[in-house]
Design a protein around this ligand. Structure first.
Ligand SMILES: NC(=O)c1ccc[n+]([C@@H]2O[C@H](COP(=O)([O-])OP(=O)(O)OC[C@H]3O[C@@H](n4cnc5c(N)ncnc54)[C@H](O)[C@@H]3O)[C@@H](O)[C@H]2O)c1
Ligand SMILES: [Zn+2]
Length: 349
């Protein structure tokens, strides 16, 4: 078993081992503990303007670089500028970059730290639900190139991940929805008990009860961690995390949908395909849960165009495509579907 330290509690640290390093998780701590984890003299915080403006006082006494917010800035030009700033600030091999923000910031921070001086240490304080349960975990760090998302990057683990629930106080409603789409994804592929817990609660409940939210976030962060530990370089089980994302990515780009909305619609489509290929019988429960968390379950979309984009998807292997399906809630499986069959199934959706 890869867990090294004591069980996670308030103030607790838990370490998770990956192939070449171990990551310290402080999921019940708070940003005030950052100075116990990294020396403020060697740390440089990277954040974005939204996070900085909403939480300025938390950055007091820390060297901080504030980037423009948004996916459109997750590009090499931002990294180049950031590297110039690091040089100006005298960052050296002992420096530690700390990404405080959503997935855009954690991706940029991890990537920049991995190439600066051939690699310096970095850590994350994710501030969106999505980055807490998904983007900050697993060591994938990268940037977009033109239309191609995450085209360039590295797999390298952060030294630590710290959560502070104070950040979600300023999170816009639609970012909650994006995050919960990934949480529902985790429940569908791996955790039937969590699916039931989500059914019994509501977004409002989680927003108003921090301990409930904190426990849910920890459960999801650890669920993803364990999947990645088993398959860091995505040859098997890690692919389950693509549930809802294959068709999801296609329609996200076609209709400029929020990521969570596209994934929700993609998950419903994957449930329908699972009915045909895996005897899955719980689509209605998935539909109901997504709706409960204000996520859409269907849009009219151009099937031919979506299929065309799917075919160009990097998960395509020769004449078949691997697709994440459900046998039942809590049990995701990876199936190879012949391209022709997939085309006709998508046409019928
Ligand atoms: N590396 C991975 O394994 C992985 C996995 C999933 C997603 N991602 C990447 O993550 C990104 C999406 O993550 P995201 O949704 O967190 O995006 P994001 O970083 O763009 O954050 C979403 C928005 O919320 C704002 N924000 C962040 N924290 C806030 C807070 N506490 N209060 C108020 N506003 C806040 C941001 O400024 C931004 O406008 C994508 O680029 C995606 O490719 C990476
Ligand atoms: Zn996603």
């Amino acid at each position: 078993m890869a867990i090294i330290n004591s069980p996670l509690g308030v103030g607790g640290k838990q370490s998770y081992k990956f192939s070449s390093s171990s990551v310290d998780y402080y999921l019940a701590n708070g940003i005030s503990h950052l100075k116990e984890i990294v020396d403020p003299g060697s740390a440089i915080i990277i954040t974005d303007e939204n996070v900085f403006n909403a939480h300025t006082k938390r950055f007091k006494n820390w060297k901080t670089i504030v980037l423009k917010a948004g996916e459109e800035h997750k590009i090499q030009a931002t990294v180049d500028k950031l590297i110039e700033q690091l040089i100006e600030m005298g960052a050296d091999r002992r420096s530690v970059l700390v990404g405080v923000g959503g997935g855009v910031i954690t991706d940029i921070t991890g990537y920049t730290a991995s190439v600066y001086m051939r690699g310096i240490r970095f850590g994350f304080i994710p501030t969106t639900i999505l980055s807490m349960v998904d983007a900050s975990i697993g060591g994938k760090n990268g940037i977009d190139v033109g239309l191609y998302k995450n085209m360039v990057g590295v797999i390298r683990q952060p030294s630590f991940i710290l959560h502070d629930m104070v950040f979600v106080n300023s999170l816009p409603q639609h970012e909650w929805e994006n995050g919960f789409a990934e949480i529902i994804k985790h429940a569908c592929i791996k955790d039937a008990a969590m699916f039931r817990q989500l059914e019994a609660n509501s977004l409002k409940n989680y927003q108003s009860r921090k301990t409930l939210l904190c426990a849910l976030i920890q459960r999801n962060a650890i669920l993803k961690t364990k999947l990645v530990q088993k398959d860091e370089f995505e040859s098997g089980d890690r692919k389950l995390l693509n549930f809802g994302h294959t068709l999801g990515h296609a329609i996200e780009n076609m209709y400029a949908l929020p990521h969570g909305h596209a994934v929700a619609i993609g998950m419903v489509a994957a449930c329908r395909i699972s009915e045909q290929l895996c005897g899955f019988k719980q689509t209605d429960s998935v539909l109901a849960l997504l709706s409960k968390y204000r996520l859409p379950v269907y849009i009219e979309f151009d099937k031919a165009k979506a299929f065309d984009i799917l075919q160009k998807d990097k998960k395509k292997v020769n004449t078949a495509m691997s697709y994440v399906l459900l046998e039942k809630i809590g049990r995701g499986v990876i199936k190879s579907i012949p391209i022709k069959e997939l085309e006709s199934i998508i046409n019928e959706l």
